[in-house]
Design a binder for this molecule. Sequence first.
Ligand code: GTP
Ligand code: MG
Length: 329
Amino acid sequence: MPANLPPEYHEAERRYKEADSPQEKVETLEALISTIPKHKGTDKLRADLRKKLSKYKSQAQSSKRKTGKHETHFHIEKEGNARVVVLGAANVGKSSLVANLTHADPEISESPFSTWTPVPGMVVHNGVHIQLIDTPALDRDYMEPEFVDLIKHSDLVLLMIDLQAFPIQQFQKSIDILESHNICPIKHDSGLTDKKIHKLPYVVVANKDDAEKLDEDFNVLNELLREEGFVLLPVSVKTGRNIHGMMNFIIKELMIIRVYSKKPHEEPDYSRPFILRKGATIDDFAMAVHKDFHENMKNARIWGNEVHEGQVVSREHLLCDGDVVELHI
Ligand SMILES: Nc1nc2c(ncn2[C@@H]2O[C@H](COP(=O)(O)OP(=O)(O)OP(=O)(O)O)[C@@H](O)[C@H]2O)c(=O)[nH]1
Ligand SMILES: [Mg+2]
């Protein structure tokens, strides 16, 4: 037990010990944890109490009447063009990634199980706004139903594994936990055929690939995962290695395309792309620009890789990433 705990701790501990019901235990434990100063000396104590909290939450949840609604940290408003949920075992670097790419300030710690509530942040990459959500570790004893819901309401799972800590077992465990809650990767045949299965695109990253000497480990892991049908990306949040490449890959997997508008006789406006999904047409683009364009448009001119410069196209024309479009009323 760390020696330098404040007097409020002992008072909160007494209330926690006196609490009877699981719900009271949850409330008093949360209060108790909030009295503990955050530093290395208290890491273990906080992790232990968090474990207990998770157990009581589970008990409180099962004894709670089904009708009773309650406030939850897991309800996060969707913002931006897409939502990416960062998942993985304890200590792999999920919070570090979110802290690194966004203005959010989740707790980062050497000791496992430091994140207990999801923390959203916003990352803007090549004009695309992505809501990136840091989450509690998957390998806890208990996973809140609201956490499962949050994942199901995301557009992509960024599954992170720690290259330096039994990555194969870690990967398998994370996949299994998600599968036990009916969440599976879209491209992967899990063998489950139940209609309840929720399929999502997965991007798997091996974090802590800090230096070339670790690439050998990465290659072995990559081979194994490829046999299972997964693409693995090496990254290092610490050194920034391949983080840019990872973001490009995420945008590709989200099937996001960026289309730029252009007024006649003017240069395209590259500062503000319109964000659409693969399969979008000129019609969808016109709707995104303004409903008046959508109603009154006669045709459009387009510049891009798969068209002739300034080619005139109809409403049904399929758009590609990077196209520039001039709408004509
Ligand atoms: N060497 C190395 N360490 C890293 C890297 N990314 C994160 N870490 C360290 O790994 C530890 C865990 O990082 P966190 O970001 O707290 O991990 P987490 O996945 O959020 O952990 P939990 O919230 O406990 O599940 C910290 O000590 C980080 O500094 C990396 O790329 N390389
Ligand atoms: Mg964390």
